[in-house]
Design a protein around this ligand. Structure first.
Ligand SMILES: Nc1ncnc2c1ncn2[C@@H]1O[C@H](COP(=O)(O)OP(=O)(O)OP(=O)(O)O)[C@@H](O)[C@H]1O
Length: 365
């Protein structure tokens, strides 16, 4: 009986071997005169054992990129390599990858165990080994004891785990996940984010995960590739993408950003170009507070106070800048109650931030 497991490889130890390589990949849909360039010259290296997320708004080309890695779509131009082997035009079954879809695509008439073991049965894996591998996959997704249930007798989160087990049981080199948590409610989604990441660490398989949810991408990924209009605008760790967004689009799509440009940037920062500062990096203090060493500040008036439970969002218009400018500031409600906050409205304040919290996202245009 074979019970060997894929070796444990923590995500932080993701190897430098390239599991998936995309070079100059383009995908055009439609016929002449009515064409969409869904994916536009994408270059991407995904490392072995890595959890890589394709993040972007609807229509930005993430799913098409994933489907080309799976072999469900063929690129119009460019090449795709899996483990160094050119698979650009290979059919899906000749690629060592598996896909988990958002709608799970489980067989309703089969039990959980039959669903998970289906691919092994088709590949004529002997019965005893099949049973052992199904058991092992169900253990990995923490669904022991559910073997004989039908999909209709499971919750959304449990069905999602069956879909995951059905992919893991094949021990693919690469697992492709297309918005797999999209159908779950927020609480379950957050719980599954933690579990999915733990499972990926345990099995050490390369995960390529598609989502439009920036919070999900930040919470789970080793690296994030941010898509916009068919192109990758930035690839980096969650901290790099959040703290040092490379473009105005990334600054706005991943978290909230205040963008400063033109005469406003010149007056406040003394620089040309476009700059970004995160709302939580700005402190709201009394107007007569002196900035400390390495700090910058500007005077303003609080226009809106929005209580959000764990934090409050202030919208502040700036005094003495040449154009009407608003900055958003967020603050954790550590000792504040909603009643204290009303006093802020229409008051004069000083906004204070560390000079190194501001970063350039574009050159002067
Ligand atoms: N089969 C197709 N035929 C024609 N156009 C398509 C096809 N599939 C995708 N597109 C177009 O390609 C572009 C990229 O689509 P894609 O599904 O890859 O985006 P996405 O970022 O995954 O979006 P979503 O989050 O909404 O799934 C879109 O403009 C879409 O309308």
């Amino acid at each position: 009986m074979e019970t060997t497991q894929t070796p444990v490889q923590p995500a932080s130890a993701a190897g430098s071997r390239v599991a998936v390589r995309l070079r100059g990949v383009c995908k055009r849909f439609g016929s002449a005169g009515d064409q969409v360039l869904a994916v536009d010259h994408v270059d991407l290296d995904i490392h072995e054992g890595e959890f890589l997320t394709l993040l972007g708004p609807s229509g930005s080309g993430k799913t098409t990129t994933l489907r080309m890695i799976a072999g469900f779509e063929l690129p119009t131009s460019g090449s795709i390599l899996l483990d160094g082997r050119d698979v650009t035009n290979a059919p899906p079954f000749e690629r060592d990858v598996n896909t988990v879809f958002q709608d799970y695509a489980l067989f309703p008439h089969m039990t959980v165990a039959q669903n998970v073991g289906y691919g092994l049965m088709v590949r004529k894996v002997p019965k005893a080994e099949r049973a052992a591998r199904v058991r092992e996959a169900l253990r990995t997704v923490r669904l022991e004891g559910f073997e004989d249930r039908k999909p209709s007798q499971l919750s959304g989160g449990q069905r999602q785990r069956v879909a995951l087990a059905r992919a893991l049981v094949n021990r693919p080199r690469v697992l492709l996940l297309d918005e797999p948590l999209g159908a779950l409610d927020l609480k379950l989604r957050e719980q599954m984010q933690v579990e999915l990441k733990a499972i990926q660490r345990e099995v050490g398989i390369t995960f390529v995960f598609v989502t439009h949810d920036q919070g999900e991408a930040l919470a789970m990924s080793d690296r994030i590739a941010v898509f916009n209009a068919g192109r990758i605008e930035q690839i980096g760790t969650p901290a790099e993408v959040y703290e040092r967004p490379a473009t105005p689009f990334v600054a706005g799509f991943v978290g909230t950003s205040n963008l400063l440009s033109g005469p406003v940037a010149r007056q406040i920062l003394g620089e040309d170009g476009m700059y970004s500062i995160r709302p939580e990096k700005i402190r709201l203090v009394a107007p007569d507070t002196e900035p400390g060493p390495g700090e910058r500040s500007v005077l303003g008036t609080v226009r809106e106070v929005v209580y959000l439970g764990s934090e409050t969002r202030f919208v502040v218009t700036l005094d003495s800048v040449p154009e009407p400018t608003q900055l958003v500031v967020t603050r954790q409600n550590l000792h504040t109650t909603s009643r204290d906050l009303d006093a802020y409205r229409d008051t004069a304040v000083r906004l204070l931030w560390r000079a190194d919290s501001v970063f350039r996202v574009a050159d002067a245009g």
